[in-house]
Each structure stands twice: as structure tokens, then as C-alpha cells.
Ligand binder design. Structure first.
Ligand SMILES: C=C(O[C@H]1C=CC=C(C(=O)O)[C@@H]1O)C(=O)O
Length: 475
């Protein structure tokens, strides 16, 4: 990818930007191919969630991706698409990785390129199953896009990235005119700031009684029999809850509440560009790659937080000392290490610890590895998904059982969602503690790992506790 640094403030310097785009257009005519021009510029501090609020209030259509990690004080919003790929079947991770490479081969990056989040980034979401379960599924098996705009905030500053296609037919005047209007909207967003609503906005939401909780406990009882008699040692069964609101859900406000209530989770939102958004607060990092260093999490085994310090310590010790919870956890940790070794990596596990979130705590084993240059982010995602934290052991049998027992489409629930940059860095989370939202309807998801010794009522209580994450954010 050709890189042209040192042109600062290009997006606010019309003459220089015009000349630069003209040069790119001439290059495109000479070489008979199209380019993506990716301009990065440091901007005044702006809350990416406010920008999403403002821009989505102007137009509800178009792809968007939102991602926030409060621990790292990082947030990014990606709006609109300059290049995108939808994969409907077959090798979705390889096709997505190749799409990234093809785009980068034709990208010219310019501007403030040394800041975190500068340069082109690709945003993506995958469904849990590689093929759509139902035709009406709102998301295809893979969605990946290079956004038109990306606004990111980190402790080092705020960066705007604009990606523009320039081909032999490009009308540079027109491109510039549209771009100026869009940048004005973003500038306006930053000045306006926005009051993200943290008080309840949809007090009258009602559950739609589609799936009874007994459906879940009956399924758990059945799979426990399979665990005793078949080659299955673990399965993660999910339950879903449909809710309806008297007014359309204000999902940006829900994201604002999620980030406030769950500062230790990744807050995310991905839209399909047709009015459906998938949002949530996930504690589970599938991969994080920075400078060829990989971090991943084995996260499984759960207990509530206590109401008093004494009760909290009691639950924590019970979780750490439970043979059944540790077995459920070990299955995930072993699987991840074995899959990373199959990619030629040498994973190292940190000691088992607790990840204590606001409403729940989990057994947690951070795992790390050095990455050789030939292993790309989506190669690892392809190898790891689905881990036994969301599917089971062995994977294939567990997935067949999930399809059999769960009467709803998992869609993006429990599946990889994340970003990749031009330097080979990237981060993916597992889309748990999540909901699909369209207008006044929402479908919430939560699951629990079932192993020998699991109790159906306790698993139901765990799933209901996990559903609270989204319920509290929607109300
Ligand atoms: C599948 C979910 O959680 C997973 C992650 C952490 C703990 C889990 C558990 O204890 O069952 C699950 O494996 C979910 O929240 O829907």
C-alpha cells in the first residue's frame, strides 16, 4: 500500500485536497485501474457515539460499525461504505481476508498516519453458522467493509479517516463537493456534542411470549442425556427473548447505557444497512493482535456477583473451586491452545483468574502467542470460531445439537465481530450479551455451557442473569 505522509489537515484544505485527488485521478487514467484514497487527519476531540447519533438521525440507512473499549479508552465509529463484501456461502473468512488484501493493494494512504486508528480499517461481522439458517436472516454469513468515514478516539487523540474511490470516470469536483458536506456534518457533530440519554426511554417494553423458558430447561435435560450416552462432553445452549416497545428502540442511547453499566466489556453495534442493528456488551475477546503479538481469552464458567462483599467473595470462591465450572472452562482453554498450535503458534496460558463484571463473574484464562508474518487475523478467527465457550466439544456434534434444540436463528449472536487494519493488527470479540434490534422489536440472546453435572434450573437462572445485560440497556 503506497503511503504519502506529512500532508496534514488535507481534509480542511480544499485546494490541496482537490489537487491531490486530481493527481490520483490522472494516475488512475494512466494505469487504467481504480484507487482507494484513504486520508487520515487528526481532529478536535469528539465522542464517536455522538457522531453515530447525529449521523444516524440524518439517515437511518447505510452500514455502520461501533466499537468501544473503555479499559483502553478507545472508541471508533465507521459510517457508510466505500468498499464492501457480502459473503453468502463458502470460505467466508478467507474471502474476507482476500478482500482486505485486494482493497489494500489499490489503496493510497495519506495524511497523519502515525496516530492510533489512522489509515484504512476494515470492519466486519460474521454469523454464528456459516450458512443462513433461515431466508429472512437479517445478516449474511459475512459482512466486511471499508467505511466512507471512520472517527476514532484514543488517549493519543481523535482521528478522522475518509476513504474515497477514484477511478477513470471519477468527477473530482463532485466528489469534493459531497465530501465537504459530509465533513461539515461531522464537524457539526463535534461542536454540537449530544446528550446521550441515560435515563429510561422505553419504560413500557413487553416480552413477546414466543419461547417458553421450559423450552430451554427441556433442551438442557435432553442434552444431558446425550452427554451421558454420546460422544459429546459439552454444549452451549442459548435462549432468546423477544421484546416489543411502544416506541422504536433508541439503540444509540442503549449503547450509551451499556458503556456506562459495563465499563469492562467491549460495547459494539453493527448495522446491516437495512434498519437492523446488532448491539451488545461482550466481555469475550476472541483475538487481539498488535505488532504481531496475539492475545485471546478462554472465558467460561459463571457465577453472579454478590450483593455484599461477603456474598461476592463466597460466589467467587465457589466458582474458582467448582470442579464442574473448571471442567467447563478447561474445555475452552484446551481447544484454543490446540487450535493455535495447529496454526504453528506456541501459545502461553496465564494462570486461571476471575473476570468480575458488573452483574456476573467468569473463570478466565488469558492466552498469548507471538505471530509469524504469514498468519493473518482472519486465519486465526477461522480456526478459533466457534470455541467451546459458545458451541461445545466436539465442535461439529455440538453445532448439530444446537441447530436441533434451538428453535431460533443465532444470527450474529456468539459469533466474531471486529476490525482489521492495514498493518495486520486487529481485534475480534465474540458477540455475546447482545440483541438484534429493528424498529420497536428486539431479540435478546444468552447462553450457558452444559456439561455433565449441570442443573437445568441453575442454567436457566444463569441465562436469565445474562439476558439482564441487554434488558437493562433497552429499557
Ligand atoms: C455463551 C455465553 O457466555 C459464554 C461466555 C462466558 C461464560 C459462559 C458460561 O459460563 O456458560 C459461556 O461460555 C453467553 O453469555 O451467551
Amino acid at each position: 500500500m503506497p503511503v504519502i505522509p506529512c500532508r496534514t489537515n488535507l481534509l480542511h484544505n480544499d485546494r490541496e485536497l482537490y489537487q491531490f485527488l486530481l493527481d490520483c485521478h490522472e494516475q488512475s487514467l494512466r494505469q487504467g485501474r481504480s484507487f482507494v484514497v484513504s486520508v487520515s487527519q487528526q481532529i478536535e476531540s469528539i465522542d464517536p457515539l455522538s457522531a453515530l447519533q447525529n449521523i444516524s438521525s440524518l439517515s437511518s440507512s447505510g452500514l455502520h460499525f461501533y466499537w468501544e473499549n473503555r479499559k483502553k479508552k478507545e472508541a471508533v465509529v465507521a459510517i457508510g461504505s466505500t468498499k464492501h463484501l457480502i459473503v453468502k456461502r463458502g470460505n467466508r473468512f478467507t474471502k474476507s481476508q482476500n478482500f482486505i488484501q485486494n482493497c489494500l493493494d489499490k489503496t493510497i494512504a495519506v495524511g497523519d498516519l502515525n496516530l492510533p486508528w489512522s489509515g484504512p480499517h476494515f470492519f466486519s461481522g460474521f454469523t454464528f453458522f456459516p450458512t443462513a439458517q433461515k431466508n429472512e436472516s437479517p445478516f449474511p454469513p459475512a459482512t466486511i467493509f471499508l467505511p466512507r468515514f471512520q472517527i476514532a478516539r484514543s488517549p493519543e487523540g481523535c482521528v478522522l479517516v475518509v476513504n474515497i474511490t477514484i477511478d477513470d470516470r471519477a468527477n473530482v469536483e463532485k466528489i469534493l463537493e459531497t465530501l465537504k458536506k459530509q465533513i461539515e456534518t461531522i464537524d457539526w457533530s463535534s461542536k454540537k456534542g449530544i446528550d446521550l440519554e441515560l435515563t429510561p426511554s422505553s419504560p413500557g417494553i413487553q416480552p413477546i411470549p414466543i419461547r417458553k423458558t421450559s423450552e430451554f430447561t427441556t433442551a438442557v435435560t435432553s442434552v444431558l442425556k446425550s452427554i451421558q450416552t454420546q460422544r459429546l462432553s459439552k454444549i452451549v445452549l442459548a435462549h432468546s427473548l423477544d421484546v416489543i416497545s411502544p416506541v422504536p428502540f433508541q439503540w444509540v442511547n442503549s449503547l450509551a447505557r451499556l458503556r456506562q453499566i459495563h465499563p469492562d466489556c467491549y460495547i459494539f453495534s453493527l448495522s446491516n444497512g437495512k434498519g437492523t442493528s446488532f448491539i451488545g456488551a461482550s466481555p469475550e475477546r476472541l483475538i487481539s493482535i498488535k505488532n504481531r503479538y496475539l492475545l485471546t481469552d478462554a472465558l467460561a464458567g459463571s457465577s453472579p456477583r454478590g450483593k455484599t462483599e461477603f456474598e461476592d467473595d463466597f460466589f467467587a470462591n465457589q466458582l474458582l473451586n467448582s470442579e464442574k465450572e473448571r471442567r467447563e472452562h478447561q474445555a475452552v482453554s484446551d481447544f484454543i491452545c490446540q487450535r493455535l498450535r495447529a496454526l504453528g503458534l506456541q501459545p502461553t496460558r496465564s494462570p486461571l483468574q476471575l473476570l468480575q463484571l458488573s452483574n456476573i463473574q467468569h473463570l478466565w484464562t488469558p492466552i498469548c502467542a507471538e505471530l509469524p508474518a504469514n498468519v493473518r487475523p482472519l486465519d486465526i478467527v477461522a480456526k478459533l470460531h466457534p470455541t467451546p465457550a459458545v458451541a461445545g466439544v466436539p465442535t461439529q456434534i455440538a453445532c448439530e445439537k444446537i441447530r436441533h434444540y434451538e428453535t431460533f436463528d443465532r444470527s450474529l449472536y456468539a459469533a466474531p465481530l471486529g476490525w482489521v487494519d492495514a498493518r495486520g493488527n486487529g481485534e475480534f470479540i465474540v458477540g455475546i450479551r447482545s440483541a438484534l434490534i429493528k424498529g420497536d422489536r428486539a431479540r435478546l440472546y444468552a447462553g450457558a455451557g452444559i456439561v455433565e453435572g449441570s442443573n437445568p434450573d441453575k442454567e436457566l437462572a444463569e441465562v436469565q442473569l445474562k439476558l439482564q445485560t441487554m434488558l437493562k440497556a433497552l429499557i
